[in-house]
Design a protein around this ligand. Structure first.
Ligand SMILES: C[S@@+](CC[C@H](N)C(=O)[O-])C[C@H]1O[C@@H](n2cnc3c(N)ncnc32)[C@H](O)[C@@H]1O
Length: 330
């Protein structure tokens, strides 16, 4: 259902995980206005859910949007083809950051691992040289990728920059730092959360602690986590503080998001258990139907009745095709 943003943030999210940063549009767009943004780059744009929001904003604000993605979905390609304010850059973030003009705002939402995010931040800082950092916005700075890498294509990363991945050994659950059978399927995520050089928020925090200059990091714990990082010397630092300060790691929001991802993971565990039960039920039904067709079972049924009549077996121990038909519902 289109909300205040004028579009449906679940358009490409039929299971309603809430995985697009577009879910945070009402918080994100005022940040662009506060920073007086003229050029905004979105690193990782997928199907263009957020890009659509950014493009509508850019049209009204007289700004431009660069959507950087090495593997854009067709919806994003169509969006770019029909927009004069949107440019689609089919590159990885690191390749693109080496050549595009340095934007006023960079939205980091591509390959959610320590190595890539640390590299993106270093590239942005390097490009800026002595100038102030752009306003940096992040997705996935809460569970599951705050402290757990995910690899779009692990083979593109140096071997020592990757953690062992989950594969099909189990899924992700907020109560479990390792893997849990039936939990959320993230086969390309690290098999274990936590520790050094693991996760998006870890990369952001390490960048902050190594940066010469005062930075402010705000984390809004909603829809997998929305982060904002800026230099406190920026003329718009007060406006950003007004927008995000009261949301920053607010305990009620943290609890709400914690509950949301818990319910999401539990639903998956229970759905997986339900599918396993259904498979077993289908196997049992096939066996019972074979018994119904079996002449040997017909003989067993007659023998069973004779034993009851002879008083050798109790009535409730007797087996019959009628009982099997009743259980099968026909
Ligand atoms: C989570 S999706 C982006 C969602 C989008 N920002 C939104 O909010 O609707 C991640 C995207 O990052 C892209 N991606 C993966 N590796 C990347 C990289 N190194 N640089 C840029 N984008 C990358 C993937 O192709 C994918 O489309």
């Amino acid at each position: 259902v289109p909300g205040a943003l004028g579009f449906d943030p679940y358009a490409n999210d039929p299971d309603r995980w809430g995985f697009s940063l577009a879910q945070l549009g009402e918080l994100l767009l005022p940040c662009l206005d506060a920073a007086g943004a003229r050029v905004v780059a979105e690193l990782g744009a997928y199907a263009g859910d957020l890009t659509r929001v950014l493009t509508a904003w850019a049209q009204a604000a007289g700004a431009r949007v660069l959507a950087v993605d090495p593997a854009p979905q067709p919806q994003l390609e169509q969006l770019a083809a029909g927009s004069s304010v949107l440019e689609l850059v089919r590159r990885t973030s690191l390749d693109a950051l080496a050549e595009i003009e340095l934007p006023d705002v960079v939205i980091i939402d591509g390959d959610h691992n320590y190595h890539t995010v640390a590299g993106e931040l270093a590239a942005i800082a390097h490009r800026g040289q002595d100038a102030r950092l752009p306003l940096l916005l992040f997705h996935d700075v809460c569970w599951p990728h705050a402290r757990r890498d995910d690899y779009f294509d692990a083979s593109l990363l140096p071997v020592d920059a990757r953690h062992p991945v989950a594969g099909d050994a189990g899924g992700l659950h907020p109560d479990e730092p390792g893997l849990r059978v039936g939990a959320l399927p993230y086969p390309r995520s690290a098999a274990r959360a936590g520790g050094p050089r693991n996760g998006v928020l870890t990369a952001v925090e390490d960048f902050v602690s190594g940066y010469e200059g005062d930075l402010r990091l705000a984390v809004v714990p909603a829809f997998f986590g929305f982060g904002a990082l800026w230099e406190t010397s920026a003329p718009w630092t007060g406006a950003m503080e007004d927008l995000l300060g009261s949301f920053d790691r607010h305990p009620v929001l943290e609890r709400l998001e914690g509950n949301r991802v818990f319910q999401l993971a539990e639903r998956h565990v229970q759905t997986a258990a339900l599918w396993a039960a259904r498979e077993r039920e289908a196997e049992l039904e096939a066996v019972l139907r074979r018994l119904l067709r079996s002449s040997a079972f017909g003989f067993a049924e007659r023998l069973s009745r004779a034993r009851v009549r002879a008083g050798v077996a109790a009535e409730h121990d007797a087996v019959s095709k009628a009982e099997i038909r009743r259980v099968l519902g026909n």
